[in-house]
Design a protein around this ligand. Structure first.
Ligand code: ATP
Length: 248
């Protein structure tokens, strides 16, 4: 596959903090529509990887290309978000006083000019899109509830829905199932599988039951670079992966 066919292309990306290499010549390729799980021990560089993709941290060296052509290392965070890269942090940040529906409506790709935003009201297409997202996130029965009344798992789904409302090409999702019940964890795997295909997704997670449910290619990070890559069964059988992570 040539670089042009990739959605995200990292090659030789390194970042040091006070002489400590958080990313050490990291190389990773994500295809359009692909979902990838990223696992690895604490301090492996998973969060730093997300930070360099979204422009929060600038790499010291290396190449990061979006859609094979846009050099992300020269762009700031808002410009990268506008290209279609959405990030969901571990803790849900929804507007608690607003209903589920209003949270989604507020997140739609509304016109950014202030005057237009003031006079903005949802069109028929917008409402259809919100219905679609409610469906994907399993939140249709909760549409009129204030977001603050949702369970922890439902809030996570709503926030994923709010990202979807922006129609990103790539979603970065950090430990989505931490603190969820087993049933919510299973639902989250279904939800992300429904999203992948139309969008690319990178999921960072420690919960191996969940990673197994995703059933996608797994990248194991260790000391800032890729230790192993392949199906969960393949990487689980890798002796180095067992030594540094799974066998612990
Ligand atoms: N801003 C920073 N300043 C100094 N050191 C940092 C900074 N950000 C990250 N680090 C260090 O870089 C290393 C990689 O951290 P990172 O948070 O990327 O790991 P992680 O794989 O996300 O870990 P976890 O699973 O615990 O979230 C760690 O040793 C961390 O202490």
């Amino acid at each position: 596959m040539s670089t042009e066919d990739t959605l995200l292309y990292l090659d030789g990306v390194s970042v040091s903090f006070d002489g400590f290499r958080a990313l050490n010549s990291l190389s990773l390729v994500i295809e359009p529509g692909e979902m990838r799980a990223i696992i690895g021990p604490n301090g492996a560089g998973k969060t730093t990887m997300m930070d360099v993709i979204t422009g929060k941290t600038r790499p010291d060296t290396g190449t990061i290309l979006f859609e094979g052509r846009t050099d992300l290392t020269s762009l700031r965070e808002p410009a990268i978000a506008n290209l279609g890269i959405g990030r969901k942090f571990q803790r849900p940040t929804v507007f608690e006083m607003h209903t589920v529906w209003d949270n989604l409506e507020l997140s739609l790709k509304a016109p950014r000019r202030p005057l237009k935003t003031l006079t903005y009201s949802a069109t028929k297409e917008d409402r259809a899109r919100i219905e679609e997202i409610l469906d994907i996130t399993r939140l249709s029965p909760r549409r009129d509830r204030p977001a603050g009344s949702l369970s922890h798992g439902e809030k996570q789904w709503l926030e994923i829905g709010m990202l979807l409302a922006q129609d990103p090409k790539l979603l970065l999702v950090d430990e989505p199932v931490a603190g969820m019940t087993d049933a919510e964890t299973e639902q989250t795997a279904h939800l992300l599988k429904d999203i992948a295909g139309k969008h690319s997704v990178i999921v960072v997670e420690h919960d191996m039951v969940f990673v197994r449910e995703l059933g996608v290619k797994v990248t194991v990070l260790h000391e800032g670079s890729v230790l192993a890559e392949g199906s969960l069964d393949t990487v689980s059988a890798n002796k180095q992966v067992i030594d540094v992570y799974l066998g612990r």
